[in-house]
Design a protein around this ligand. Structure first.
Ligand code: CA
Length: 231
């Protein structure tokens, strides 16, 4: 799973607990303490889902939810609100403002996790599905296994993550910068040529004999995995 979740919560210990548990489930996690910070991170990191606390120091969660819904580029990001017990009216208001779901504090982590996954299964199925398949290539996230046709493909850990990332957006051109960001993380100390090296290794593992190269190099842009949709 490579889904990115943004946690917006000003209570440090709760934020840490959430981060720990989401990371343990394989999510990439970022954290904001205020709504204003969250708005910046949403624009920069494009999370797949936002866990948004209601009570924040400056703009409230509800206000941030409204702002995210108002902008076309952030309108469709799923939002799960955290609300305190007894804010029944608030909860309804939260859903009316456009949150996809909410949990009431103190909530159970498994419940929150189940709701988040249910939303992502609808909104971003490739980020959470157990198996990705493009053409004759299959990546099984549970077994951590790659196959092409009937053959097992052995890939190193970096190539595995790279393949997973490519297979989540088949037919789409991904720039080297996007690949670096998605596979190595934005803080990693690697340059864009590293991407080319690992693409080379991945191709070597995936292609035997006369098999087609599933990765297309788009000069000046980046790489595409598989055929464009509709072909
Ligand atoms: Ca709070």
């Amino acid at each position: 799973m490579t889904a990115r979740v943004l946690i917006v919560e000003d209570e440090g210990p709760l934020a840490e607990l959430l981060r720990y548990n989401f990371e343990a489930e394989g999510f990439r996690v970022s954290h904001a303490e205020t709504g204003e910070e969250a708005e910046i991170l949403v624009r920069e990191e494009r999370p797949d889902l936002v866990v948004l606390d209601w009570m924040l120091p400056q703009a409230s969660g509800i206000e941030i939810c409204r702002r995210l819904r108002a902008r076309p580029e952030t309108r469709s990001i799923p939002i799960v609100m955290l609300t305190a017990r007894g804010e029944e009216g608030d909860r309804i208001r939260g859903l009316a403002t456009g949150a996809d779901d909410y949990v009431v504090k103190p909530f159970s982590l498994p419940e929150l996790m189940a709701r988040v996954k249910a939303i992502l299964r609808r909104a971003a199925p490739d980020r959470v599905s157990d198996v990705l398949q493009v053409g004759d290539i299959m990546l099984d996230r549970l077994a951590h296994k790659v196959t092409r046709g009937l053959r097992d493909v052995s890939v190193g850990p970096t190539e595995y993550r790279l393949l997973e990332f490519l297979m989540e957006s088949p037919g789409r051109v991904l720039s080297r910068a996007q690949l670096l960001d998605g596979v190595w993380g934005r803080d990693a100390f690697v340059d864009e040529r590293t991407v080319d090296v690992h693409i080379g290794r991945l191709r070597k593992s995936l292609i035997r004999g006369k098999e087609r190269d599933p990765i297309r190099t788009v000069r000046g842009s980046g790489y595409v995995f598989g055929e464009p949709p509709g072909r």
